[in-house]
Design a protein around this ligand. Structure first.
Ligand SMILES: *Cc1c(COP(=O)(O)O)cnc(C)c1O
Length: 367
């Protein structure tokens, strides 16, 4: 069976984790700090706060913006449930909006229409790694005095108008869970140029404890702490950071291969009746997944499965989920697209021959 996704980790990651074991400091420490410094460099941003998941990054970012009960947060329904759960966890109400059919990114006109006096933030998702129209989103945010928290879980390493996602926005959240382009095992990060947000996030990720985070391992009055603000146990451990440090070094190689695979899919699926390709930008995009719009999607999925090819559906719209149904609204594009989207295998070790077999099987299905 060819899986949809697969992490690429091995001896080098194990070697770095071994060093953490030998140091006897498994929790947050020097590896976490080093990973943050390397991420700051990579992204070109002032602050990076490493946390234990992408979900906690989004939740913490919202809390740092003061999002609370009674507020509204605009979010596309077509995203991982994590984005919406992070909003709901603050007590705020998610306001679902539609997406563009060719990118699956937030439809900015629809987002604008859904703004009320209670709207406090907007959470665009850079779907597949394809950057959202940040200029339009920034204009909407400025005009209405609302915050932007980017869900860049798919977009680590992607660029918007030549600038890395995470380098220029208000607050950007990344995920390093096992299927993302680089992984920490589990992990996430907040990137921001906003000093105030950075201070709040640094405290908030570790129980609201205010002292200089890093004095904990410098052993200066190691017993002293003061709880100053709301906080969570969201910090990233040395073990996870060690994996991330090694993965980050491989990013360029991961990206090069992913682009090759995506190009191969594009070339071979372009002229199939029944298949629509989504917009892709090889120069600016770090592709997280490869999604097509397929007629008779469920039958195609079944056919591919019978031919040892696993596929996925990213995602079931959140306004159709039981727990979020009270926030449901009419989203015609999302609802139509959900019937068509199919995620094909995309991961570093996927071979050209395998991609060609997948494309051949899809052709066979429609002929
Ligand atoms: C992976 C993902 C998240 C959450 O990240 P975790 O690290 O799994 O908590 C949020 N949003 C999107 C779009 C994702 O794909």
């Amino acid at each position: 069976m060819i899986p949809v996704s697969k992490p690429f980790v091995g001896e080098e990651e194990l070697e770095e984790v071994r060093k953490v074991f030998q140091s006897s400091w498994l929790g947050m420490g020097q590896w976490t700090k080093n990973f943050e410094d390397q991420l700051k460099n990579f992204l070109g941003v002032k602050h990076v706060i490493a946390v234990n998941s992408g979900t906690s990054a989004i939740h913490l970012a919202l809390v740092c913006c003061g999002i609370k009960n009674g507020d509204q947060v605009i979010v596309p329904s077509l995203t991982f449930a994590a984005t919406v759960q992070a909003i709901v966890a603050t007590g705020a109400e998610p306001v679902f909006c539609d997406v563009e059919p060719d990118t699956l990114n937030i439809d900015t006109d629809d987002a604008r229409r859904r703004i009320t006096e209670r709207t406090k933030a907007i959470v665009p998702v850079h779907y597949r790694g394809y950057p959202c129209d940040m200029e339009k989103i920034e204009n909407i945010a400025k005009k209405n005095n609302i915050r932007i928290i980017e869900d860049a879980a798919h977009a680590f390493g992607s660029k918007y108008k030549g600038k890395k996602i995470g380098s220029f926005g208000d607050i950007t959240c990344f995920s390093f869970d096992p299927i993302k382009i680089i992984t920490c095992g589990e992990g996430g990060a907040i990137a921001t140029n906003n000093d105030q947000v950075a201070v709040l996030a640094q405290k908030g990720r570790i129980l609201g404890i205010s002292k200089d985070t890093w004095s904990r391992y410098r052993h200066e009055r190691a017993w002293f702490y003061d709880v100053e603000t709301i906080g969570f146990r969201y910090h990233m451990s040395n073990i996870n950071a060690a994996i991330g440090i090694v993965q980050l070094k491989k990013f360029d190689e991961f990206l090069r291969r992913r682009i090759e695979i995506v190009k191969l899919y594009d070339e071979n699926l372009r002229n199939i009746e029944g298949v629509k390709l989504l917009k892709i930008d090889y120069d600016s995009m770090a592709p997280f997944c490869y999604i097509i719009r397929a007629q008779k999607r469920d039958k195609l999925m079944q056919f591919l499965k019978e031919n040892s090819i696993d596929t996925g559906i990213h995602y079931i719209p959140n306004h159709q989920q039981t727990f979020f149904s009270k926030y449901s609204t009419s989203l015609p594009v999302t609802e139509k697209i959900f019937e068509e989207i199919l995620t094909l295998p995309l991961y570093y070790q996927l071979k050209d021959e395998e991609v060609l077999v997948i494309c051949e099987k899809i052709k066979q299905f429609y002929s």
